[in-house]
Write a protein that binds this ligand. Structure first.
Ligand SMILES: Nc1nc2ncc(COP(=O)(O)OP(=O)(O)O)nc2c(=O)[nH]1
Length: 276
């Protein structure tokens, strides 16, 4: 009822053996499909399908293997639902195959940097593109990350990547930006970026925020050493995103996030009303 007032919820389906919080649970296409249907039933507005873990130390996956993981699932979902699907990949070939199979968003944690032809492929596909900030590469991004001003540097990076995408022919209205929580950031960096979300929203691009189950939450609550013990912190970060005006949040726990955002939106809708 209040979906238009709140960020959209992007449900995560990691078809990988080694994702940090749910690795291996959905590697089997049937399990991935059941999880996708569960997320849709829980109110997810978008599904983000990923075939390669982006966490530090994750095993690299060939384009062929990554495509073999994600394409059957995208096709199966598209056969039963028209829900928007994003493909979480750094490889243009996988993005192209996924869009041909029915994905409508290319979610690239590398912001079209890791392949020389990525910006041109994104323009050719004509799909929406998420450009996310990552410091360096997944393998070394957490090796003592340093910034002079993390919010300013992430902003400059995102604007430069948006300019590169537009120079290659990607339409401005197709571009999303994402500060990349956990991708080459300390606890302090992540908290500073979350506090600076209004600054990113003010850039005039839809902002995607992915804080779900991430390690920074354990930095605030050391008892949450298991990724699945971080729902409260995930909801807190995504509510901060809603208050800042982000366009979507990327989550593992769709039902709880939808409920939290709907209550938040209902409170916003009640603001300024006189109730007798
Ligand atoms: N745009 C965007 N994409 C992302 N993809 C993966 C992860 C990492 O989370 P997860 O998919 O749960 O883990 P893994 O990469 O290990 O599969 N985080 C983001 C994010 O914050 N933003």
């Amino acid at each position: 009822m209040t979906a238009s007032l709140r960020p959209r919820v992007m449900g995560i389906v990691n078809v990988t053996p080694d994702s940090f919080s749910d690795g291996g649970r959905f590697l089997d296409p049937r399990q991935g499909f059941e999880h996708a249907r569960r997320l849709i039933a829980q109110g997810a507005d978008i599904l983000d399908i990923g075939g390669e873990s982006t966490r530090p130390g994750a095993a690299p996956v060939s384009a062929e293997d990554e495509a073999a993981r994600v394409l059957p699932l995208i096709e199966a979902i598209r056969a039963v639902s028209d829900i928007p699907i994003s493909i979480d990949t750094m490889k243009p070939a996988v993005a192209r195959a996924a869009v041909q199979a029915g994905a409508t968003i290319w979610n690239d944690v590398a912001a079209l940097r890791f392949s020389p032809d990525a910006p041109e492929v994104a323009a050719d596909l004509g799909c929406e593109v998420v450009l996310m900030h990552m410091l360096g590469q997944p393998g070394n991004m957490q090796d003592e990350p340093r910034y002079d001003d993390v919010a300013a540097e992430v902003e400059a990076f995102l604007l430069a990547r948006a300019a590169a995408a537009m120079a290659a022919g990607v339409a401005r209205e197709k571009i999303w930006l994402d500060p990349g929580i956990g991708f080459g950031k300390t606890l302090a960096h992540n908290l500073a970026l979350l506090a600076a979300l209004p600054r990113f929203v003010a850039l005039g691009y839809p902002i995607l925020l992915g804080a779900s189950r991430k390690r920074f939450i354990a930095g605030v609550d050391p008892s949450a050493d298991q990724a699945t013990d971080r729902l409260g912190g995930s909801l807190a970060a995504h509510l901060a995103g809603a208050a800042a005006g982000v366009a979507a949040v990327r989550v593992h726990d769709a039902r709880e996030t939808v409920q939290a955002l709907d209550v938040w939106a209902a409170i916003q809708a009640a603001a300024g009303t006189t109730v007798s």
